[in-house]
Design a protein around this ligand. Structure first.
Ligand SMILES: Cc1ncc(COP(=O)(O)O)c(C=O)c1O
Length: 383
């Protein structure tokens, strides 16, 4: 009998070249790796919300009436609640298993293998990742100083290379900067589908541009319950789309992409807007406290942010990866460091509770002391 082919040979060629995704570790895994109780870990690496959702969420999850029945494929209850809360017709809204699912779903509907998207790094890495999964190629238009998007370069890329999609993020992850209105309007004039990811919009002082999809047939907006609503673990993202486009997403999506638990939790969260506002206010005011604290650390240059995280350049000869490692291994404080070359000298710190900032700032001050934990200059752990 002939040898069976190696199982790898069945994989689609473009996926064989795909770099593995490096996920953030959850509490249970971290707890084992660091040898610390989960409650003793300060998790500031994934822009999660330390306060969690309103109490109504756990109550609703504890009394879900029909967990044995498949969920509503149209998430009617949640879309109606979102429509009401955001003054936008439910027919423009679609819910997914996180905004992550919607990025992939939209690409699956729009992109043929070999099509192009425009990505403006540094930014959320899932746009380039999902483009690769979908066999599309990425035109990279790097951000300018101060992380502003390079509008003339985007215009030129669209005119010359005819990409199908441009991905924009406001506030942008990892730096927290906003997209200026004139920049967005200039890009919306182009013959390209514009995806505006507003995962962190609740932490900015500016309103969401959700309703712009009613006037711009080439605009899509993504939102999420993961950040300001504290439901990252339940996986609920949503988007606003022009009606002519959303029809095809309905056809292509998995029927049961939002679980009963996810829809129940998101609906319950929306019943307590006062709680959501209090948590948002707490994180926004803590962001200022943290920014001022970080400005006092001699080897960090923090960037002002409109989101629930602060990007810091690590300067004065310190090694960013080593700072991250010392915080994790010696203090149980997780911050984000990047393997990518253009961000390897940076760390991103999520805004937590006041006690989280105190622990972090005290550990960072310790790193400055001669004879303290030691000024780190090289990495101690492989990422
Ligand atoms: C800019 C941006 N968009 C989308 C997401 C993903 O959101 P979700 O948890 O809803 O998949 C994230 C998560 O970190 C993000 O930073």
């Amino acid at each position: 009998m002939k040898d069976a082919p190696a199982s790898e040979s069945f994989i689609r060629p473009h996926l064989r070249k795909l770099a593995a995704y490096t996920p953030i570790e959850p509490f249970e895994v971290l707890s084992k790796r660091l040898g610390r109780d989960a409650l003793d870990i300060v998790k500031l690496d994934a822009n999660e919300n330390p306060y969690g959702p309103p109490p109504e969420v756990l109550e609703a999850l504890g009394s879900m009436p029909f967990p044995n029945i498949y969920p509503d494929p149209e998430t009617r209850r949640l879309r109606a609640a979102l429509a009401e809360a955001n003054n936008i017709p439910a027919e423009n809204l679609l819910v997914g298993c996180g905004a992550d699912e919607l990025i992939d779903l939209l690409m699956r509907c729009v992109l043929e293998p070999g099509d192009l998207i425009v990505d403006c790094p540094p930014t959320f890495t899932m746009y380039a990742f999902d483009a690769a999964v979908n066999g599309a190629d990425v035109i990279t238009v790097p951000r300018l100083d101060g992380f502003r998007i390079d509008v003339p370069a985007i215009v030129e890329a669209v005119q010359q290379q005819r990409p199908k999609m441009v991905f924009l993020t406001s506030p942008n992850n990892p730096d927290g900067s906003m997209i200026a209105e004139e920049d967005l309007l200039a890009i919306l004039k182009l013959p390209v589908l514009v995806v505006l990811d507003e995962a962190y919009i609740e932490f900015s002082q500016e309103p969401s541009r959700l309703r712009w999809v009613l006037d711009h047939p080439n605009l899509v907006i993504f939102r999420t319950f993961s950040k300001s609503a504290g439901l990252a673990g339940l996986r609920v993202g949503w988007g606003a789309f022009p009606v002519n486009l959303i029809e095809y997403l309905w056809r292509a999506k998995q029927p049961y992409n939002v679980s009963v638990a996810a829809e129940t939790a998101a609906c319950a969260a929306l019943t307590n807007p006062d709680y959501l506002q209090r948590v948002r206010d707490a994180l926004v005011s803590e962001r200022q406290v943290l920014l001022e604290g970080l400005q006092e650390i001699p080897f960090l240059q923090p960037y002002p942010s409109h989101a629930n995280f602060i990007l810091c350049k690590v300067v004065r000869g310190q090694d960013a990866k080593a700072v991250k490692d010392v915080l994790a291994m010696e203090h149980g404080i997780m911050v984000r460091h990047y393997a990518k070359k253009e961000l390897s000298g940076y760390i991103r710190i999520s805004v937590g509770r006041p006690e989280d900032s105190r622990k972090l700032l005290s550990a960072l001050h310790g790193l400055c002391q001669p004879g303290g934990t030691g000024a780190p200059t090289q990495a101690i752990e492989k990422e």
